[in-house]
Design a protein around this ligand. Structure first.
Ligand SMILES: [Zn+2]
Length: 143
């Protein structure tokens, strides 16, 4: 038995939303990327945690990010590991380094996987998955 929640309609895996991550997911529903920013050293971190990993301060603010970044690394999936992905392969799983310096694991939309390159400039786009979950994805930057 898996403890990972799934969307009943599609069988797609859904994130487990922990209470300390609620501001992140609530902003995502509004198509905004917010992350924790330290009030002492002004750095941003992710994954979510109770203290700044750089200076150990617990004084932080949920802060809206630019939504812009570059592809840091990526792989192309050709095999659909669950039926949901059957008509979606090949697709790109990437780590995008956003301007504020953290890397997010995500998908790259809007161009064929063969055209995705390390360093590609991308911007956030949002996928509404369920009533509770919107996921950040990235596409080539338009402006
Ligand atoms: Zn800090």
């Amino acid at each position: 038995m898996s403890l990972t929640p799934r969307d009943e309609k599609t069988g797609r895996y859904l994130p487990i939303i922990f209470p300390e991550e609620l501001p992140f997911w609530q902003a995502a529903k509004k198509h905004k990327l917010v992350l924790q920013k330290c009030r002492s050293c002004e750095r941003v971190w992710y994954p979510v945690g109770p203290t700044c990993p750089f200076c150990l301060s617990n004084d932080f603010a949920w802060t809206e990010m630019s939504g812009r970044g570059v592809v840091h690394n990526f792989v192309v999936y050709h095999k659909p590991w669950i039926p949901y992905y059957k008509d979606k392969v090949p697709y790109v799983l990437a780590q995008v380094e956003i301007e504020e310096g953290v890397r997010l694991t995500t998908n790259i939309w809007g161009l064929p996987p063969s055209e995705v390159k390390i360093g590609l400039e991308v911007e956030a786009v949002w996928e509404d998955v369920t009533d509770e979950v919107s996921l950040i994805q990235f596409q080539p930057r338009k402006g």
